[in-house]
Ligand binder design. Structure first.
Ligand code: BDR
Ligand code: CA
Length: 318
């Protein structure tokens, strides 16, 4: 089977790093390029984190483009309480990471690659959708130039995580997300409804700690105490949900999810609901004229086992 060429657009935090580790270790993905975006940390720090993780994966020649530093219509804010000040649980290297920071922006890189390789590339976006919205403004036909777009974000029928009704990636840039759902085709959305059902518990934590040592696995393992502590202290749970890694699993194999197909609208004006992802689930024809989004609602196969096995246990060389 040939490897799926993938562009990553990430606010390179702890679970974004886990998603990159999974894809790289799967042998089924070719990471073609990476773009950074604000969210878990600054876009500049996310680009450094990307280069550090890629270098440990032996992928130091993958181009990394700096993405948007701020949302379209609100100030930037970072999830330091979840991912640490550096976005990766205090594991960021003090020295400048190796690797390639390219001249073009993350949005320009997406558009250029999509135009160069029409119908071939999958875009995996696991941060706020600012770069994707900008790319769409540059190239309105972006959806038909990409093979598929997989987005981690939203909360359809479950509570939000950043706010009562809003998931973090969408809440960090509601306007960008709404523009993306209004116009981009070929989108699979992986919301909290799905990722909260993909929970790493004590058994998987034990498997991760006893898995073979490799440079990249050790780097990602080093990020986990911070993440585990946040989940234990603030959410009262042992372990953590697999947000971005679940989206990476679905990017490689859609058969892991049962999906709902519907247009998505993002609430932009509500004082209590800004950033809410709204889907009309009534048994009536949708009045919303937007592209249909495939929304992953329930795992059909064990996503958590797939992730732990591929990212940490299978093989031992990076
Ligand atoms: C999403 O928000 C970020 O903190 C995570 O990296 C993930 O992409 C989960 O809501
Ligand atoms: Ca993320």
């Amino acid at each position: 089977m040939s490897a799926l060429p993938v562009i990553l657009d990430m606010d390179f935090g702890i679970d974004d790093s886990m998603a990159a580790l999974y894809l790289a270790r799967s042998g089924r993905a070719e990471i073609v390029a990476v773009g950074s975006v604000h969210g878990n940390t600054s876009s500049a720090q996310a680009a450094r984190n990307a280069r550090q993780v890629l270098a440990e994966l032996g992928l130091g020649s993958v181009p990394v483009a700096l993405g948007r530093a701020a949302p379209l219509n609100q100030p930037a804010s970072y999830a330091s309480e979840v991912h640490g000040d550096d976005g990766i649980g205090d594991m960021a290297s003090v020295s400048e990471p190796p690797g390639m920071l390219v001249d073009e922006s993350a949005a320009e890189q997406i558009v250029r690659l999509a135009r160069d390789r029409p119908g071939e590339l999958t875009l995996l976006a696991t941060g706020p959708l600012t770069n994707v919205a900008v790319a769409l403004a540059i190239e309105p036909a972006l959806g038909s130039l990409l093979r598929s777009v997989v987005i981690m974000g939203g909360a359809i029928g479950v509570p939000g995580n950043m706010e009562a009704h809003a998931e973090a990636n969408i809440r960090h840039d509601p306007e960008a997300a709404d523009q993306v759902f209004a116009a981009l085709e070929n989108v699979t959305l992986v919301p909290l409804d799905f990722t909260m059902l993909c929970r790493i518990t004590q058994g998987e934590i034990d498997r991760i700690w006893s898995a073979p040592h490799t440079a990249a696995a050790d780097l990602v393992r080093g990020m986990l105490p911070r993440y585990l502590e946040f989940n234990r202290r603030d959410l009262g749970v042992v372990g953590f949900p697999l947000h971005d890694p679940a989206a990476a699993v679905l990017a490689l194999d859609a058969g892991f999810a049962e999906c709902l197909e519907a247009p998505v609208v993002v609430e932009l004006t509500g004082t209590a609901t800004r950033g809410m992802t709204c889907v009309d689930r009534r048994p009536v024809a949708s009045a919303v004229s937007r592209p249909t989004v495939r929304i992953a609602m329930r795992p059909l196969r064990p996503v958590v086992d797939e992730f732990v096995r591929v990212a940490f246990e299978a093989g031992s060389q990076d």
